[in-house]
Design a binder for this molecule. Structure first.
Ligand SMILES: O=C(O)CCC(=O)C(=O)O
Length: 363
């Protein structure tokens, strides 16, 4: 589509109810304030319409009061589970993960989950990267190196041939600078900040928007499978067990968003997507089956779990905002726990980041 048609379609998209909500909550700097460039403040945003399941859960546990349109599931689960009348198949479990569990999954998300054969957004440019988090701590630099490879052709009359291949390797910062080979280099800390996703289990191919079963992969770690099965039980058809086959880990920094989308590449939508939040608080938008439906906005905090099954699988959803300011992020207990464990590097990361792990049954 070209020219006028494309720009008309773009501006129509801009006008959908979902897009309007995304723009309402998105992070912008406040241009109106006279603050200096260094002290730019976030533009204030009206949060009065954002559902707060933490507050809903506290008041429900106190006196069983619930706002209109919200129901609490009774069942064997040891946490209250809330549903929305308007979005069947959507479940919210506030504070489902203990602080210890949150810390554990943050550490895994930054160390083992991005390890090959799991793929990340960096694969396309740098190929597989090993031990990115350690390299960040050690202030390493990823350097592009040229390797001369000598190959011997098997045909008679052909001689040895020098081929040059390029690959990226971590190097000490000083030695990279000393070598000054004119090649490209990038700080490990920059790569960590730019880490946007990693995929576990069956690998999702973003370019084809599908699972590529031919790609090498490891099984999802047992502990994550167990957790997902336990959480998914609430939303599963009676007598059936959730089979975790793939997971996408999303990493968000200040200003990062996840645009409105559907997760529609799994075979059976009666199986839930199990989605857990770690780190800074965020806003989640749950729309309807059309982008024209006005989405419900809600806070997602570290330790919350969301399930989307059945009809809710057909609903557009996204994350227009994460809160990295001291009060807004609401991660004090998490920070204290990580500091207590001596995990300062994880604290540095999570202070301004959010991680989402969403686990799927593919077939
Ligand atoms: O970050 C989140 O909470 C939502 C993630 C999501 O919607 C997705 O990965 O499809």
């Amino acid at each position: 589509m070209y020219g006028e048609d494309a720009s008309r379609e773009q501006s129509e998209l801009e006008r959908t109810a979902f897009r309007k909500a995304e723009r309402k909550y998105k992070f912008y700097y406040d241009d109106s304030s006279k603050s200096s460039k260094k002290k730019k403040r976030p533009k204030p945003v009206d949060l009065t319409e954002v559902l707060d399941f933490k507050a809903i859960s506290s008041s429900f546990c106190r006196d069983e009061n619930l706002p209109p349109g919200i129901v609490a599931l009774s069942g064997g689960f040891h946490h209250p589970v809330f549903c929305l009348d308007s979005r069947p198949g959507f479940y919210f479990i506030p504070g489902a993960l203990s602080i210890e569990e949150q810390c554990h999954w943050i550490r895994e998300s930054l160390t083992s989950f991005p390890e090959p054969p799991n793929r990340t957004n960096h694969n396309a440019i740098y190929g597989p990267i090993h031990e990115l988090f350690d390299a960040t701590i050690e202030r390493k630099v990823l350097v592009e190196e040229e390797n001369a490879v000598t190959s011997f052709a098997s045909e008679p009359g052909c001689f040895e041939r020098k081929e040059s291949t390029r690959r990226w390797r971590f190097s000490e910062e000083n030695s990279a600078r000393l070598r000054g080979n004119g090649g490209k280099s990038v700080l490990a800390s920059v790569l960590l900040r730019k880490l946007r996703w990693s995929t576990l289990g069956l690998q999702f191919d973003w370019s084809k928007r599908n699972y590529d079963v031919s790609l090498p992969h490891n099984k999802i770690p047992d502990a994550l499978c167990e957790l997902a099965k336990q959480m998914a039980a609430t939303a599963m058809p009676t007598g059936e067990e959730f089979k975790p086959e793939a997971a996408i880990v999303n990493y968000f920094g200040l200003g990062d968003t996840l645009g409105g989308h559907l997760d529609d590449m799994e075979a059976d939508w009666s199986r839930p997507i199990v989605s857990m939040s770690l780190g800074c608080k965020a806003i989640f938008l749950l729309g309807g089956k059309s982008r024209e439906d006005v989405p419900v906005a809600m806070f997602l905090r570290s330790g919350d779990i969301v399930l989307m099954a059945g009809e809710a699988r057909e609903c557009f959803h996204g994350v227009p905002r994460i809160f990295t300011d001291k009060e807004g992020a609401e991660i004090d207990p998490l920070e204290s726990h990580l500091l207590h464990e001596g995990n300062n590097h994880f604290v540095d990361y999570i202070r301004s980041s959010r991680i989402n792990i969403n686990i799927r049954q593919v077939f």
